[in-house]
Design a protein around this ligand. Structure first.
Ligand code: NDP
Length: 291
């Protein structure tokens, strides 16, 4: 049987937090600012509340300052744009996020476009997406960055490997495929990007040395879709009711796929935690102006 490694987001995120914390300390010794992340939260969506609470806790752990700006779900777009303008001007805020999703009456694109690209630590602004595509220093979207940091923590090389990414969303699959194919230390892979219009998806997944699932369909990737010995990264987070309890299920059928993979990330406790590290890393870079 193939030896199996759990790509543990708890372990990796703990190690990355310590690296970031030490960089904050060394920055303060050099008279750099304490990184300051702000979050703009609209409404009372329990998942959004939990995500933002987690991000604030992370900030405390690594020595960042954080500010939460809350708005009611019926806030007008104009008021949000004014808050964004104020954050763009504030010298003491290095980066900020607008927690998504926003209520339907708000034009999400207009909000994201209003964010100063130099403070866009989610990396969603078109300027930053363009910089990423051109392999320039930028804020990499937090989830793909988290995946790269997870691979790095476990010393998984990408160069020369065939990576198959399932899902082409603008925040996960598409940037993931661009980053891994670039000529740099975390790229140099040969990348295949498959999506809902791809015929015979499993023909491609079975060729992957590294398989990244970002689909949004519980247990979509089954053991017969995985090459023996492959590394499998599960980005999916699907909330399901199981026996009357809400549970998080990945896009990968973990219990069966772990029997064929050489390494696999769990859900929960995998990429979700690493996404939070991606955000911290971008905020640190915003503060030290290494975007
Ligand atoms: P989207 O719904 O935006 O994208 C899903 C992608 O999967 C699309 O590109 C779609 O193809 C593709 N797809 C759907 N069905 C199939 C199929 N049968 N075969 C092949 N491809 C298919 O989702 P996101 O990228 O935003 O998120 C994906 C998952 O990751 C979700 O579970 C989400 O909750 C989770 N997530 C987790 C994060 C984390 O921190 N761990 C962060 C962000 C997301 P097409 O483009 O053709 O429609």
């Amino acid at each position: 049987m193939t030896p199996f490694v759990l790509l543990d987001g708890k372990e990796a995120s703990k190690a990355w937090k310590e690296t970031i914390r030490l960089q904050v300390v060394s920055g303060l010794e050099k008279n750099k600012h304490r990184p300051h992340l702000a979050a703009l939260l609209v409404g009372d969506n329990p998942a959004s509340n939990a995500y933002v609470a987690g991000k604030i806790k992370d900030c405390e752990e690594v020595g960042f300052k954080s500010t939460l700006l809350r708005f009611p779900s019926d806030v007008q777009q104009e008021e949000l744009l004014e808050a964004i303008d104020a954050l763009n001007r504030r010298k003491d805020v290095n980066g900020y996020i607008v927690q998504l999703p926003l209520p339907l009456h708000i034009d999400q694109k207009a909000i994201l476009l209003a964010i100063d690209p130099k403070k866009d630590v989610d990396g969603f602004h078109p300027e930053n997406v363009g910089r990423m595509a051109l392999n320039l220093t930028t804020f990499i979207p937090a989830t793909p960055l988290g995946v790269l940091l997870l691979l790095k923590h476990y010393s998984i090389q990408t160069e020369g490997k065939h990576v198959v990414v399932v899902g082409r969303s603008q925040i996960v699959g598409s940037p993931m495929s661009i980053l891994l194919s670039q000529n740099n230390s975390f790229g140099n892979a040969t990348v295949t990007l498959v999506h809902s219009k791809t015929k015979n998806v499993s023909d491609f997944t079975r060729m992957a040395d590294i398989l990244i699932a970002a689909i949004g369909k519980p247990k979509f990737i089954t053991a017969d879709m995985v090459k023996p010995g492959a590394v499998v990264i599960d980005v999916g987070i699907n909330r399901l009711e199981v026996d009357g309890k809400s549970r998080l299920i990945g896009d990968v059928d973990f219990d069966n796929v772990k029997e064929v993979a050489s390494a696999i990330s769990p859900v929960p406790g995998g990429v979700g935690l690493m996404t939070r590290i991606g955000l911290l890393m971008n905020t640190l870079n915003a503060t030290h102006e290494t975007r």
